[in-house]
Design a protein around this ligand. Sequence first.
Ligand code: ASP
Ligand code: MG
Length: 296
Amino acid sequence: MRILKFGGKSLGNGQGIKNVISIVQSKYKHEEAIALVVSARGDSTDWLGSMLERARKMKDYQKDFVAFKDYQCAPSLGWNYDGIFEQIASILERTKLLGCYNQATKDLLLAQGEILSALVVSRLLNDNGVPTQFVDSRHFFITDDLFGSANIYDELSRCLTKRYFEFFPQGVVPVVTGFLASTGSHVTTTLGRNGSNYSASLLAKYLGVKGVESYTDVDGIFTADPNVDTDAQLIPKLTFEEAEIIAKSGAGILHEKTIQPLKDGKIPLHILNSFNLNSTGTLIEARCLNKIIQDE
Ligand code: ASP
Ligand code: MG
């Protein structure tokens, strides 16, 4: 099995989501088995967070909320996500009335971005010849209650994940929510911003897959920020250790905890651009001949 992880930028409305559907269609035809892990689409997480802040300041957020709903529904017009929108509305209303929220409430609200994303992607793929099933990662990723950046209970999560997927129907592609987990008492938690990469590596390790492909909107990891430095060069290969240094330096492309589960399972991670499939991306694996980053 191989895990395909799609970031928010890759899943945006229009060309983004279209490319994702066609990438998955072609992988489905050629791979023995795949599982998807998805982030919230576009800027949904920031969007939800900013509506929550407006509500806390007792400001109006209705216009934003209407735009948010339109954005979520655009790729799959006619499908009904009312239950999720009602939950979002009720959190925002309560926050506006009280003028405050707690971190658990914020995690539950942000979680709706990934839930909507996995539902939309799963349904679109079903309609385009790829049988899928929506999978809520809160069933098997169990954490402490450090809301906003919860810590995984590794052994428990591994057992539950294996058990969950043991009876998963063959030939059906799981579309798993990134970023989300829950406490032992079923309270929603999140794994930290950009945490969907970490979700993908945890799933990869627990299921013992042969590789993870992580799709984003840039060609891979560069020697510097290509938007700022015109001399920035794409790094074709990195070792896990080198990637860890980059992740810990705060590069948004890699969540800090992403590498360890892959290192544990010796599972390569290939970072690719869903808008430019001609690029070879950055491959992160155990050994690497072109050592680009020297140990400090
Ligand atoms: N949607 C979450 C975020 O924006 C998680 C992710 O994108 O990986 O931080
Ligand atoms: Mg995101």
